[in-house]
Design a protein around this ligand. Structure first.
Ligand SMILES: Nc1ncnc2c1ncn2[C@@H]1O[C@H](COP(=O)(O)OP(=O)(O)O)[C@@H](O)[C@H]1O
Ligand SMILES: CC(=O)N[C@@H](CCC(=O)OP(=O)(O)O)C(=O)O
Length: 290
């Protein structure tokens, strides 16, 4: 009975979302095991079959670190961004494009979804420039060199439009390029937010390993189910978000300012997390509204 109720509840949402673009970011922590990843892939396929146009952007930070350690390279981060030297950018491409992107595309195909794997390089989707990071040390501000870490210069969404308008599901890795052909490692939340803004998507949905934005990071029951853009900006300013939650909040803020209607942060390890968030009144994670 409960299931029937949920289905009936879903109908108005299905109507509202028909034909709309949604960008779904699957984080490295939300794909720790294949079953969880496959469940997210199935949810995305269901969105596709009810007429939504999904675009997947994936991360894979934990797998990059694991591979680096196996190769004897110690991962280093500054403000959640991986310091990426020449050796590291090779590992990043190997893991993100060679392994994870390919894995996600095969899971789509196995479950009946017409996915196309690509990176931010393809079709000049994400043109990047070297990211400048300034840090206060004592009284002075120093510029840090993170190597091949990029920030978005411009997003050219044409390639994505061609794919989604012809019935394909794009699966994008956060590897970008500059006009000299240099390759950059980008934060996947940032790439998802910038793509969502470029397409003025209906929603940006970020799957991670916590139930949403938590009032108290140590209390999984303190999830904030709805928050305004302004309140989120204040939380960020006050330092109430840390680590990997910072780029997520920043990506949602930028996306909403760029015309995206809603941002969502949800726990990717809950079965059918995407469907529960989109097609039920209460949702399960955090929804950010303008
Ligand atoms: N206020 C907060 N609410 C929820 N998570 C937070 C908060 N502040 C910091 N975090 C941290 O952000 C992490 C999610 O980011 P991250 O580990 O980078 O995930 P992903 O691999 O999915 O991108 C959480 O595991 C949590 O430790
Ligand atoms: C510059 C930078 O830090 N890039 C990230 C790219 C992967 C990513 O963002 O993965 P998650 O979404 O799983 O965190 C990295 O190297 O880990």
């Amino acid at each position: 009975m409960e299931k029937v109720k949920t289905l009936v509840e879903a109908l108005p949402y299905i109507r509202e979302f028909h034909g709309k673009v949604m960008v779904i970011k699957i984080g490295g922590h939300a794909m720790v095991n294949e079953k969880i990843l496959e469940s997210a892939v199935r949810d995305v396929i269901l969105l596709y079959f009810v007429g939504i146009k999904p675009i997947v952007v994936h991360g894979g930070g934990p797998e990059i670190s694991e591979k680096m350690e196996r190769l004897g390279i110690k991962p280093k981060f500054v403000d959640g961004l991986r310091v990426t030297d020449e050796e590291t950018i090779e590992v990043v491409q190997m893991v993100l494009d060679g392994k994870i992107n390919s894995k996600i595309v095969s899971l789509f195909i196995k479950n009946g979804g017409k996915a196309v794997g690509m990176s931010g390089k393809d079709g000049l989707l994400v043109v990047a420039k070297k990211k400048k990071v300034k840090k206060k040390i004592g009284d002075s501000e120093v510029e840090l060199d993170l190597g091949y870490v990029g920030e978005t210069e411009i997003v050219n969404p044409e390639i994505l439009k061609i794919l989604i308008d012809n019935g394909f599901i794009p699966v994008v890795s956060p590897v970008a390029v500059d006009l000299n052909g240099n390759i950059y490692n980008m934060n996947a939340d940032t790439v998802a937010g910038d793509i969502a803004a470029a397409l003025k998507a209906k929603k940006l949905i970020i799957l991670t390993d916590v139930p949403g934005i938590l009032r108290d990071v140590n209390d999984p029951n303190s999830v904030i189910s709805k928050i305004s853009l302004k309140e989120l900006e204040e939380m960020l300013k006050k330092g109430e978000l840390s680590g990997g939650m910072i780029p997520k909040a920043e990506a949602i803020i930028k996306a909403l300012k760029g015309g995206v209607e809603r941002g969502h942060i949800i726990n990717g390890s809950v079965e059918h997390a995407i469907l529960l968030e989109l097609f039920t009144k209460e949702g399960i994670g955090t929804m950010v509204y303008p």
